[in-house]
Design a protein around this ligand. Structure first.
Ligand code: FES
Length: 160
C-alpha cells in the first residue's frame, strides 16, 4: 500500500542521484556520498535512490546490507573499530574490549550515542596490536587510556 510518507522524496538523496545522472552503475558512489553527509542511510533515502535509479528496493537493500560499512541507523559521535583477529587477540584485545565496554557503558557491536565499539577483523597492523581504527586513523598498541585520549583530542579539535 502506498502511503503519503512513502511518496516523499529525500531531497539530498535526489540531489546526489541527479549529480550522478541517475546512473545505476554509480549506486555505490551515491550511497557513500549520502552516508558521508548524513551518517547513515535512511529508508527515505533508499526509496528515493531506488526510484531515481530505476532499481527495485530489494536491489538497493541488497547492496546496502552486503557492505558492513553502510549504516542504516544514526551512528555514535565516536565509532571505535577494534580489531578482533588472532594477532590482536594474542596481545590482549579482549581485555581492551572488556575495559572499554565497562568504561563507556556500551556493548561491542551494539550501538551507543556518544561512543560505539565495533568489531573489525585485521587492519593490517598485526605487529602492533591491539589495533584500532578511529576517524579513519589507524592506531597500534592501544589501551583504554589511548582510546580516551583519541576521543578527548577529537573533541578539542572539533571545539566541543
Ligand atoms: S590481527 Fe589485528 S591488525 Fe591484524
Amino acid at each position: 500500500m502506498t502511503t503519503l510518507l512513502n511518496t516523499i522524496e529525500h531531497a539530498f538523496a535526489k540531489k546526489v542521484c541527479v549529480a550522478h545522472h541517475d546512473r545505476s552503475d554509480e549506486l555505490l558512489e551515491i550511497l557513500h556520498e549520502i552516508q558521508k553527509e548524513e551518517g547513515f542511510l535512511s529508508d527515505a533515502a533508499l526509496r528515493t535512490i531506488s526510484k531515481s535509479l530505476n532499481l527495485s528496493r530489494a536491489e538497493v537493500h541488497g547492496v546496502v546490507s552486503f557492505y558492513h560499512d553502510f549504516k542504516r541507523e544514526k551512528q555514535a559521535e565516536n565509532v571505535i573499530k577494534i580489531c578482533r583477529a588472532e594477532a590482536c587477540q594474542a596481545v590482549g584485545v579482549n581485555e581492551l574490549i572488556r575495559d572499554a565496554e565497562s568504561y563507556y557503558g556500551v556493548k561491542l557491536d551494539n550501538g551507543g550515542d556518544t561512543v560505539s565499539l565495533e568489531s573489525i577483523f585485521c587492519l593490517g597492523n598485526c605487529a602492533l596490536g591491539p589495533a584500532v581504527l578511529y576517524n579513519n586513523n589507524l592506531y597500534g598498541r592501544v589501551s583504554l587510556s589511548e582510546i580516551q585520549n583519541m576521543i578527548k583530542f577529537n573533541k578539542e579539535v572539533q571545539g566541543q
